[in-house]
Design a binder for this molecule. Structure first.
Ligand code: NDP
Length: 332
């Protein structure tokens, strides 16, 4: 079959394409321009004749995905802004929400073969990080909870980019779920909710790595060596594999699946990078991350549906990421 992948030029999307091809799928990628499309089509020899691109320059436009969905059997929608500066919060919330609902509308109208649409949400859609009401040690959340705090926040130009991102993700997921409930398309919807992704990367990058890779590299300049800044994390390869597995598992229509593997502090990553011989910050404060705990997301349902799924351990994820960061000049 053929699967449409959006956001294929990104950190997670690039791995999704790779695993789909490895599983024997043909992949149509929706990108903003030919240059991006051609880069990905030629990324690996095995993509030849298997990966093709279609340009969708503006995912907010009505009917943006009408052509892209024609003839595909399934859709993995990962495209959504993961940036931490903007002029207006609508630059983040608009594409997140209208992209997710727009692709469902197009699929219902023109995607006559589509059996499942998978939308990449985030654990921020489960849990409000970093502000009152959530970050309590020992407290856990699972796939059944919604970040209603971020859902209800009103934003303006002075809002925190982190909270705007949370609102964008939870609104987009909610809008997708509501769309399917109200419009009852022939396909079903699965949302995948990863925590902070780390690991090696195969997408084209510029001076700013963007996404969570950019966040990590940003901390090299102003490191958190107290171990106090923590979050949930997952290997990007595991996130992508879970997307591909979730697309094919008939039993999980309508579910939310968390892709997450525990809590990290930036200092934990510095320790692994330094031990592997890279020049990361936090040499003097080795071990300071280990003792810290915070509110965590647990992926009960994911393990229910994929009991044998093995996540990469943090050491392996960070070592593999270190090699790629060094190869691309972001780490010595
Ligand atoms: P990247 O920034 O690496 O990739 C984002 C992708 O979305 C790119 O392909 C980008 O295209 C596309 N995109 C962004 N904004 C737009 C837009 N306005 N119009 C069209 N395309 C757009 O991020 P990730 O790969 O990390 O994120 C992918 C998805 O996973 C997102 O939905 C994100 O919210 C979600 N996620 C990510 C997590 C993480 O830790 N990284 C954790 C949880 C969820 P282009 O290259 O053209 O900019």
């Amino acid at each position: 079959g053929t699967i449409l992948v959006t956001g294929a030029s990104g950190f997670i999307g690039a791995w999704v394409v790779k695993y789909l091809v490895e599983q024997g799928f043909s992949v149509r990628i929706a990108v903003r321009n030919d240059k991006q499309g051609e880069f990905i089509e030629n990324r690996f020899p095995e993509y030849k004749g298997k990966v093709s691109h279609i340009n969708v320059p503006d995912i907010e436009k009505d009917g943006a995905y009408d052509e892209a969905v024609k003839g595909v059997d399934g859709i993995i929608h990962t495209a959504s802004p993961v940036v931490w500066s903007w002029e207006d919060p609508e630059e983040i919330i608009g594409p997140a929400v209208r992209g997710a609902t727009g692709i469902l509308k197009s699929a219902q109208k023109f995607g006559t073969n589509v059996k499942r649409v998978l939308v990449t949400s985030s654990t921020v859609s489960i849990l409000a990080y970093d502000y009152d009401g959530a970050a309590k040690p020992g407290l856990t959340f699972d796939e059944t909870s919604w970040n209603t705090l971020a859902l209800e926040l009103k934003h303006d130009k002075s809002s925190s980019p982190w909270l705007v991102y949370q609102t964008a993700k939870v609104k987009a997921e909610k809008a997708a779920v509501d769309y399917v409930e109200q419009n009852k398309p022939a396909f079903d919807l699965v949302t995948v909710l990863p925590s902070y992704n780390f690991g090696p990367f195969i997408h084209q990058t510029g001076k700013d790595l963007g996404s969570t890779l950019g966040m990590l590299v940003g901390t090299f300049a102003t490191p958190d060596t107290t171990g106090n800044l923590t979050g949930d994390w997952v290997d990007v390869r595991d996130t992508a594999k879970l997307h591909v597995l979730a697309l094919q598992n008939a039993a999980i229509g309508g579910q939310r699946l968390a892709a997450t593997n525990g809590i990290f502090a930036w200092q934990d990553m510095y320790d692994i990078l330094n031990d592997a011989g890279y020049d990361a910050p936090g040499k003097e404060t080795k071990g300071a991350g280990k003792t810290k705990q915070n509110t965590a997301v647990v992926n009960t349902k994911t393990f229910k549906y994929f009991p044998d799924f093995k996540y990469h351990p943090l050491e392996e994820t960070v070592r593999d990421m270190g090699a790629e960061l060094k190869a691309r000049g972001f780490l010595n």
